[in-house]
Design a protein around this ligand. Sequence first.
Ligand code: SAH
Length: 343
Amino acid sequence: MKDIKELYYDELLAGLESMGEKRFRAGQIYTWMHKKLASSFDEMSDISKALRDKLKAAYTYTVLKEARKQVSGIDGTVKYLFELPDKNRIETVSMDYHHGHSVCISSQVGCRMGCRFCASTLGGLVRNLTAAEMLEQIYSVSRDRGKRVDNVVVMGIGEPMDNYDEVVRFIRMLTSEKGLDLSVRSITVSTCGIVPGIYRLSEEGLGITLALSLHAVSDEKRKKIMPVANSYSLSELMDAVDTYFKKTGRRVSFEYSLIKGVNDSEEDAVGLAALAGKRGCHVNLIPVNPVTEAGLKEPVREAVLAFQKKLKDMNVNATIRRELGRDIDGACGQLRRADSSLG
Ligand code: SAH
């Protein structure tokens, strides 16, 4: 059975008409799901019991169970471990920034990209998330925190380009005026660099922000920490980045996780400045969050600041990602990993 929450408005309308229902019901039901954030059919008080029963027989209505919730004592970041109807677990993070309430969502259960520093990939890919399950992460956080979500980043567990169709459906629904009506400007999708996906996304007519997880500036070094680099070279990747900018007018931003003794040298800074500088790309530096299994360490604070200064001296705009929620297993996949049910 299909989840009713992942239908576009027109699809819901067609479904209701085929049940012999009036057109205006589609608007009512869509509003209950995507504006009032109802958590069940039974909350839809202006829909008759008979129609609710018909809907229950035709569609599922996915809700997420809060398996665990951690609140950072340092900065109020909230990290949720949600349980899906099939008992798989995913992470969602809610953060308050000066520019509003940001939610970081997962796009898959696990990941098959194999980046060496990332905890999400340790158990491999279990399955893709549906658009409904991605939307529901945002709706659940909004209900729990009692406030609107302003920004969405697809930077949690999973590789969004490996679940392309559902991610694009999710973004279209999130930015629809019949839904939460977020602006495309407030949505960021982060990829490890699946080149065909970047080209496809540049043709969607969505002006969302694309973040590229770069992490190394030579093919040789990138291959050592990111298996995806065996499939796509840096020069192919930069061509895709340039096309994305040309087609959407949106500059890609670079994510760069600093790993001690691996990608934090002077030469790395010079190489990074060369790639980012001429494209006017913003660089986000993230001191790597150590994952025990990988044996990788973050550079000392002074080295991180010195790396940032080198980039600035070469006229590259670089920020050090605020390390929100470090006290609550802040990095990708670490909460799911720590959860005993995973063994
Ligand atoms: N698969 C996507 C999105 C998920 S990862 C991607 O690769 O972009 C989100 C970001 O966190 C990526 O930049 C990823 O490389 C980074 N990341 C993963 N594990 C990390 C760790 N242990 N420390 C710092 N950054 C990490």
